[in-house]
Ligand binder design. Structure first.
Ligand SMILES: *Cc1c(COP(=O)(O)O)cnc(C)c1O
Length: 371
């Protein structure tokens, strides 16, 4: 057993902070001295830089990824009586945001091996009330957006990409976040591009939609004190925008490091009995999370813990069977997601892991296979 000093945390942001401390502090000082904390030049500056980096026509900063989801749905005038299809195994925000608009989430099952939305399950869920499909690029790998778009177009349904896990993901069709009717991103601190608190954004090429998004995120006011529609407080903070602008310079390099770490685990796992990959690791994956599968999941977590290695589970329960959603009796199918959720576990994959730590994690995987 390792002593506590050697513990490899599942995630540790203080390492990135230490490495870049003067750079980050300069930005914060600049904003503090400017005295402008909202609606200054930083947010438009970041929106422009992020749109260019992404290759998106337009980007609007929001207060969080969850707000971005809600604001996007509201900008499409989704509300009571409407249905929105959401993967059953994603982060809870996707279903919460639907409920915030007054619409009803309908849960779609996922593919056993990758955890991505199963397009074959979509059509049986579609009714005349279905307005949107939220296509989540789970763990930083692309979902089957080609099939999802085809089905959506056939039924005149909008597609919203959730790119919270997929910042910087290149796909066969282009950059994730530019491929559907609109996309949302989260810059929650643990995401591949993380703010110093909550932040998110919406990207789209539809300028009328973008205009409505801008109105809704700031009290429905195109100019101060003119409230055209009922909006909310969903602006991105100036400090967050300044930090994100600086961090954007590093995302590709951080993503490459995540992928290298993931490749090293994947190579080890290939020859281990009883552990399988739990996601699609291809050459473009940005590996927000490294998911493996084992029928002895709880034993695996304890085994890693004894060897001083932190793990996590993303996510332990499909949304419709969480206490918050169960009583809603929402429609959908989630038997694969439910079975899969009992076998998945996530390994540390943040870019600041040292080569020594990666070696220890690989050794622990081998030891688990030999136990
Ligand atoms: C993190 C996340 C969000 C939104 O998160 P916020 O914490 O509100 O920024 C949405 N969808 C997925 C899949 C996420 O992982």
């Amino acid at each position: 057993m390792q002593d506590n000093d050697d513990f490899i945390p599942f995630f540790d942001l203080s390492r990135q902070g230490a490495e870049h401390i003067s750079e980050w502090m300069n930005e914060i000082e600049r904003i503090v001295r400017s005295g402008k904390f909202q609606s200054g030049p930083e947010v438009p500056g970041f929106e422009k830089a992020f749109a260019e980096w992404l290759g998106a026509a337009d980007v609007v900063g929001c207060a969080s990824g969850t707000d971005a989801l809600e604001v996007a749905l509201r900008a499409w005038q989704i509300g009571p009586g409407d249905e929105v299809i959401v993967p059953a195994n994603t982060w809870v925000s996707d279903a919460e945001a639907v409920l915030f608009t007054g619409a009803t989430p309908v849960f779609a099952d996922v593919l056993d091996e990758t955890g991505q939305l199963d397009p074959a399950g979509l059509e049986p869920l579609i009714t005349e009330k279905t307005r949107v499909i939220i296509a989540v690029h789970m763990y930083g790998s692309v979902c089957d957006l080609g099939s999802i778009m085809q089905i959506a177009r056939r039924h005149n349904i909008l597609v919203l990409e959730d790119c919270a896990h997929a910042i910087g993901l290149k796909t066969q069709w282009g950059m994730a976040g530019t491929l559907a009717d609109a996309a949302v991103f989260s810059f929650y601190p643990t995401k591949n591009l993380g703010a110093f608190g909550d932040a998110g954004c919406i990207a789209s090429a539809d300028s009328r939609f973008i205009d409505r998004v801008r109105l809704i995120r700031d009290h429905g006011q195109p100019v101060k004190d003119t409230h055209l529609i009922v909006g909310k407080t969903s602006r991105m903070d100036e400090i967050q925008a300044a930090i994100l602008f600086k961090k954007l310079l590093y995302v590709d390099q951080w993503n490459a490091r995540r992928r290298d770490i993931a490749m090293s685990y994947a190579t080890t796992i290939e020859s281990i009995q009883g552990i399988q990959m739990g996601f699609d690791l291809n050459q473009n994956a940005v590996v927000h999370l490294f998911i493996l599968r084992t029928s002895e999941r709880d034993e695996f977590i304890q085994f890693m813990k004894k060897r001083g290695i932190g793990t996590a589970v993303h996510y332990p329960l499909p949304i419709p069977i969480t206490p918050a959603f169960q009583s809603g009796n929402y429609r959908g199918v989630w038997s694969v997601a439910e079975r899969r959720a009992k076998t998945i576990v996530s390994l540390p994959v943040f870019p600041e892991l040292t080569d020594g730590e990666i070696g220890r994690i690989n050794d622990a995987l081998v030891a688990f296979g030999q136990k």
